[in-house]
Design a protein around this ligand. Structure first.
Ligand code: BF8
Length: 678
């Protein structure tokens, strides 16, 4: 080989592959910061996604590494399977068994993440109820009284033949104790399962999938998927269903409820979104992760006059807090703290050069943050005992509810002190949007319910008369294997264009906020005439932000309220609703997807599903499962087709309910409306 040719080959081998910023994200700020990172020679998830390809066999769910005789890989034969599928691992495990094992291990991972988060909240709740900590108090007593009966805790007491209100501290303590027991009680079933519509509860009972306690269902998945245990994909999925339900109607729902009682139930408020919320002349503290127990206190401390004065003393104009991932959603919903970034933008927050501290707790935190932080002055602070990083530039300040205030003060002070170390090379992309967030089951009832009836009557009425075609829950992550935020935004726009109101959580909510879809004004621009009219009259956005990923439990309860309000069937699977995660990536998304499905919701995922290598198993969850639970899985990569599948399902349900005709004449007079109601 000629010398110059050799040199060319060597150069080609060495040159790192870089992502094309315009292909990587639809967001201008993300594109600019990615280009800046590349110029500075700092690699990000976008570049790594270009240089590292995923394993095709793993992606299809047909690689078994549950014992040391493997990993056994069962690729699909070229041209597909003709006749009997005789692929098997060393032990004889079939493609269906392997894919089902892998799938429910993902459910176990996701359910454990949500539920362990819930357990930590329950511990803090109990501490507060026992008055062991000054940092936390029972804030929302109305919510406490609302959840107590679902946990079998009485809110009144009989004294001398008279019914009296029970002492609130006593109720809180009992609620805390009963809630804690849900993780490991030796007998019975999860108490919250009865919050579902009766028909759904009975269906679960008949199928034998009512969760016994939260931990047990997750542990049993690990046992059943151990080498040589459960070898029937249907039986494996039954256990996957129990664990997913224990997540959605158990750990996640308890996390949401107990957080509401401790920190306040969200109500609509205005804020901003995107990296442009960071301020060059302020101390920027970015909180990232999922558990709001520390960040709640950080908010209070960062907003205290003492700390603002200290920041000014150090040359800053103030303190700007911003959030990433679901810690962002939690703080946004309750305090209006602006959202800085979605999952895929976390490294970019540091690459602005303006991040004085990034405080992380649990879940969705990229280890590469530590490498990026090394290139800047940013203090990267881990706070949770179960989530540390190996890099030596990471500071660990372990949070404990008993000295939460001291921990928070130390972190905020450290961030302020670090402001002086910030260089002059700061690039904060000037893009941010306004968002209205803070919706929940209660506020939807307030906005779309009848004050007179106190139910979801008005929402149902508008679904029946066709102004609102249906309801979609669109949730989930970003995924570096697909263009950042593109799937989220296009799916949601297609839905609202077709009069489908969207309930959103997680990174989908952040993506929608960044696109300006979380404002009432978005309705006139993006919605079909029916939904636009409702949004204008009520003054709500067409996309309602319901919070973090554990708050998907709010979507389950909102659907239950719709069933209760009447006129749309007697089970969640009767409703014109559909679920979606256009850019999912985490195990939590699989657990969420499956509790949606097992609760009767047709659920479409984008990107990929780890089931395609086992067609029989894939058919089981995407076809047969509908006959069992009324919901099923689907996969569609194209965002418009993805939304159209959901709309087709919504229309099918409208037809089954006999309300399909109403949509053809959106503007109805009173007589026809009364005829429909009758
Ligand atoms: O729990 S949506 S990337 S941040 S996993 Fe993570 Fe996915 Fe974002 Fe919240 Ni949910």
């Amino acid at each position: 080989m000629a010398e110059d040719k050799k040199a060319k080959v060597a150069k080609a081998v060495k040159a790192p592959k870089l992502a094309d910023p315009k292909e990587a994200s639809i967001d201008l700020g993300t594109q600019e910061l990615l280009a800046r990172a590349q110029k500075l020679g700092i690699d990000t998830v976008f570049d790594r996604a270009v240089s590292m390809k995923p394993c095709a066999i793993g992606m299809q769910g047909i690689c078994c590494k549950n014992c040391s005789m493997g990993p056994c890989r069962l690729p699909l034969p070229k041209g597909g399977i003709e006749g009997e599928d005789d692929r098997k691992g060393l032990c004889g495990a079939t493609a269906n068994t392997i894919a089902a094992r892998n799938f429910i291990r993902m459910i176990a991972g996701g359910a454990s993440a949500h539920s362990d988060h819930g357990r930590c909240v329950a511990e803090v709740f109990l501490s507060a109820a026992r008055k062991e900590t000054e940092a936390y108090q029972i804030k929302d007593t109305e919510k406490l009284l609302a959840i107590a009966p679902h946990l079998g805790v009485a809110t009144t007491v009989e004294v001398d033949g008279e019914t009296k209100d029970r002492d609130i501290d006593e109720i809180a303590l009992e609620v805390g104790e009963v809630a804690m027991a849900e993780w490991g009680k030796p007998s019975g079933e999860l108490l919250y399962m009865k919050r579902a519509p009766e028909a759904l509860y009975e269906k679960w009972k008949k199928q034998g999938v009512l969760p016994r306690n939260i931990d047990r269902e997750i542990v049993e998945i690990m046992h059943r998927t151990h080498m040589g245990v459960d070898q029937d994909y249907k039986n494996l999925m039954k256990q996957g269903t129990r664990a997913a339900l224990a997540d959605g109607w158990g750990g996640s729902m308890l996390a949401t409820d107990l957080q509401d009682v401790l920190f306040g139930t969200p109500y609509p408020l205005q804020s901003e979104a995107n990296l442009g919320i960071m301020k060059e002349d302020h101390v920027n503290i970015i909180v990232h992760g999922h558990e709001p127990v520390l960040s709640e206190i950080l908010v209070a401390v960062a907003q205290s006059q003492e700390m603002i004065d200290y920041a000014k003393e150090k040359g800053a104009k103030g303190i700007q807090l911003g959030g990433i991932c679901c810690t962002a959603n939690e703080l946004l919903q309750r305090h209006g703290i602006p959202t800085a970034a979605t999952f895929l933008q976390q490294e970019l927050a540091i690459i602005t050069g303006a991040c004085d501290a990034m405080v992380v707790d649990i879940q969705c935190i990229m280890q590469n943050l530590a490498n990026v932080a090394k290139c800047f002055h940013t203090k990267l602070i881990t706070t949770h005992p179960i989530a540390k990083m190996e890099q030596d530039n990471v500071i660990h300040i372990e949070f404990d509810e008993h000295h939460a205030l001291e921990d928070a003060k130390r972190i905020v002070k450290m961030s302020i002190d670090n402001f002086a170390n910030r260089g002059t090379d700061v690039v904060i992309p000037p893009y941010k949007t306004t968002q209205i967030a803070g919706f929940g089951v209660e506020s939807i009832q307030y906005h779309l319910g009848g004050t007179f009836r106190g139910t979801y009557y008005t929402l149902n009425d508008n679904i029946i008369n066709g102004r609102i075609r249906g309801i979609a829950g669109v949730v989930g992550c970003n995924n570096a294997r697909t263009k950042h935020n593109d799937g989220h935004v296009r799916v949601v726009k297609e839905l609202i264009k077709n009069d489908v109101i969207v309930l959103t959580t997680g990174c989908n909510a952040i993506a929608c906020a960044m696109e300006g879809l979380l404002t009432p004004e978005a309705a006139a621009v993006h919605c079909g005439p029916g939904l636009a009219e409702i949004c204008e009259v009520v003054g709500i956005p067409p996309v309602l932000h319901l919070g973090s990923c554990v708050d998907n439990s709010r979507i389950l309860l909102a659907a239950t309220e719709v069933v209760k309000a009447g006129g749309l069937g007697n089970d969640i699977c009767d409703l014109p609703v559909a679920g979606s995660a256009p850019e999912w990536m985490s195990e939590k998304a699989i657990s969420i997807g499956h509790y949606f499905v097992a609760s009767g919701v047709y659920t479409v995922f984008g990107v990929t599903l780890p089931t395609s290598g086992a067609p029989v198993f894939h058919d089981y969850i995407s076809k047969e499962m509908e006959n069992i639970y009324g919901g099923k899985w689907d996969l569609e990569v194209d965002p418009v087709k993805h939304a159209q599948l959901m709309i087709a399902h919504i229309d099918k349900k409208r037809k089954e309910l006999g309300i399909d005709k109403a949509r053809e004449r959106v503007m109805m007079d009173m007589a026809s409306r009364q005829a429909l109601e009758a």
